[in-house]
Design a protein around this ligand. Sequence first.
Ligand SMILES: *Cc1c(COP(=O)(O)O)cnc(C)c1O
Length: 397
Amino acid sequence: MEPVHLATRAVHAGNGVDPATGAIRRPIVAANSYALPGDPSELDWSGTATRLYTRNGGANQGWLEDKLVALEDPSGVTPGGCAAVALASGVAALHAVFFTFLRTGDHVVSSDVTYVATHRLLTELLPQRWGVTATLVDSSDPDAVRAAIRPRTRLVHVETPANPTTRITDVDAVAAVAHEAGALLSVDATFATPVLQRPLERGADLVVHSLTKYVNGHGDAMGGAVLGRRELVERIRADAMVDAGGVISPFNAWLIARGAVTLPMRMRAHCAGAQQVAEYLETRPEVAYVAYPGLASHPQHELASRTLDGGYGGMLAFALDGPPERQNRFVAALRIITSAVSLGHDESLVVHVGAGSSGRAAHFPPEFRRLGHLRLSVGLEDPRDLVADLEQALARS
Ligand SMILES: *Cc1c(COP(=O)(O)O)cnc(C)c1O
């Protein structure tokens, strides 16, 4: 019997009895190498079909990939079957998509607000080194995506909700635009996780996750993944993993598979906490703006309500009125919320990003450019304690 509900799949998928010991948890298989068959003369040393060498695919990686597939495509909608490749980091996964599917002269249409490394890959590294060009657009407007398509557009890449502005892109609409143009659509769904949105069900060809964030959820391992049709994912595995080397370590794969067991219940708590915190911040006169898709004031609140399942995520951004020193004083006054990068951890994390309009920030909303922003990853603490922490810090800044 195949369990249908996500919470059940998160617990069981990829786990099993270890035949050597009878243990009911998968072991950590730290070995770099696997026993060769009696006649290895015909083996493909760059292949991934036979266990051979951990860079060609390890046991823990395989079990993690099974769990990710069970979460990302629970109803088996991916034509030909869904596959996952787990890599060393979220950025290794993004790079793997670009490296595998883009050639010199190709063109990408990308969200103008993306993770910082995505922005640099698409605007500096790929153009300068490989002659791949990118047009950045407001991907919340499908017509802007359509208008940016060129004859050599091979890929449309969007991030939704976007880091750090929480802008929402309509995956169904953008998938239609990409496919009209014969391009692939890849979606960085790190903020949503498969609990809130499964882009493959909405027409995306590839989904990218930073497993470092919510999927692991405990702030103690790095990883990334790409999921999609088997034929596409196997090209990534061959090119970007075996021959470019972005493989995940067995220990990190084991930790992330362990963390992912609780992803569905953690996401519900992150969403509930973030909603409560966002609503609180919006009532405060010191707070100049709050960006959170669960607020009626969010520009794509209606789209988010229609396309996210059961919550609006755990990420929000806001700023206090006043000079940058005030934001710094506020962060320093926080007692429970930790000032650190990353997100999706059990503990709440805040980052103060200063005002400005250059580089990636040129595409931020005007209030982000004017005041900077505090990116808040709402953790699993009791939201009442988080609100109390914010309140005492506001009073002292
Ligand atoms: C953190 C993040 C990444 C990069 O992931 P790493 O695991 O840090 O390499 C990519 N996309 C988004 C949206 C992120 O938040």
